[in-house]
Design a protein around this ligand. Structure first.
Ligand code: FES
Ligand code: CO
Length: 352
């Protein structure tokens, strides 16, 4: 299966950039094999549209923003935050602008320092991150980078507990400690979670970041699938530290993924400690990135094609969840594409 074969994936929100990346200039992003442009519209709110001018198909993201309108660099047509064309310099200024002169608007939001994009009809809101809503936790953005792999492979890797001892043998893993206690999985709809205990090798870097002592620690991980391409992991250490890890895998296309990782911690680390935490996590993720670049991006949804061990129960369940999603249709047909933001607003009004 390739992500382009699951239409329902359009109906979720995905992070496409950090909020700070959107300056006065338009920002080009790519999601599910299509190109989009994001800019600040007249009301100061973000706007997003298909990155293609209806005149001669130029990339609007190569243009600029003028009074909240995005200006096409090819012949100067301008479009407002709703995608409607507001200027055709070549036409008689007394003639009305034809309604067909528009680019398709998309839903875009800012939350938790990220720009989230939905190119369908959202089935769920942008995930609420309880740690950040309730306070007591510090948000640390660790990385956002393009990976040469597919989004399901990235989440499959996150749910895969037995790879840590091997893939991460040079950072936190120890292949002598590759066994762990059996664990229970809870599944409710698309919601998947498990409580897993395993031994982590406490290296110098991990000791610094966590305050842990000794060579090994039993780490309890509350592992959870938040959305098809969003994963959460609450690591509870013996010393009371809670290290909440979020990973999102934005499906750029069938073989590229925008990987984003951020954490929430209950110990208010200072700048030096934050730098150490980010450094270790980047080194760990570089190991996954390199490994996954060599894995075929196609992701089998049946459970016969690949083989599984008792440690792979989360990832087997993940395949079933994606298979169910693959059997569903998107809530929006291509004909209705132009109307998505309006349909979504109407839906939001209907649901209390
Ligand atoms: Fe955009 Fe001509 S292609 S104005
Ligand atoms: Co890994």
């Amino acid at each position: 299966m390739y992500v382009s074969e699951i239409p329902a994936l359009r109906d979720y929100w995905y992070p496409v950039a950090y909020s700070t990346e959107l300056t006065d200039a338009p920002k080009a992003v790519r999601l599910l094999s299509d190109n989009y442009v994001i800019w600040r519209a007249a009301d100061g709110k973000m706007a997003c549209a298909v990155d293609e001018c209806p005149h001669r198909a130029a990339r609007l993201s190569q243009g600029w923003v003028e009074d909240g309108n995005i200006v096409c660099p090819y012949h100067g047509w301008a479009f407002d935050g709703s995608g409607a064309c507001t200027r055709i310099p070549q036409n008689d200024p007394d003639k009305p602008i034809p309604p067909r002169a528009r680019t398709l608007p998309m839903l875009v939001e800012e939350k938790y320092g990220l720009i989230w994009l939905c190119v369908g009809m959202p089935r769920e809101d942008i995930p609420i991150l309880p740690e950040l809503e309730e306070g007591g936790f510090t948000l640390i953005h660790e990385m956002m980078e393009l990976w040469d792999t597919s989004a399901p492979r990235v989440i499959d890797n996150a749910l895969d507990i037995s790879h840590v001892a091997w893939t991460h043998r040079n950072t936190i893993g120890d292949s002598n400690a590759s066994q762990f206690e059996s664990f229970e999985i809870q599944r409710d709809g698309h919601d998947l979670s498990a409580r897993i205990s395993y031994r982590a090798r406490v290296t110098e870097a991990l000791r610094k970041n966590t305050g842990l002592t000794g060579e090994y620690t039993i780490r309890v991980t509350n592992s959870k699938l938040v959305q098809p391409f969003m994963y959460k992991d609450v690591m509870e250490y013996e010393n009371g530290l809670r290290h909440v890890l979020y990973k999102t895998a934005t499906p750029v296309d069938d073989s590229h993924t925008l990987f984003c990782q951020f954490i929430a911690r209950n110990d208010a680390p200072d700048a030096e400690k934050v730098a150490g935490i980010i450094d270790l996590d980047r080194r760990i993720q570089a190991e996954d990135k390199e490994l996954l670049a060599g894995v075929r991006p196609e992701f089998p949804l049946d459970i016969q094609t690949e083989m599984h061990t008792r440690a792979d129960r989360m990832t087997v369940e993940y395949r079933k969840i994606l298979a169910e999603l693959a059997a569903e249709n998107s809530d929006v047909t291509p004909d209705e594409a132009w109307a998505r933001p309006f349909l979504a607003a109407a839906k939001a009004q209907r649901t209390p």
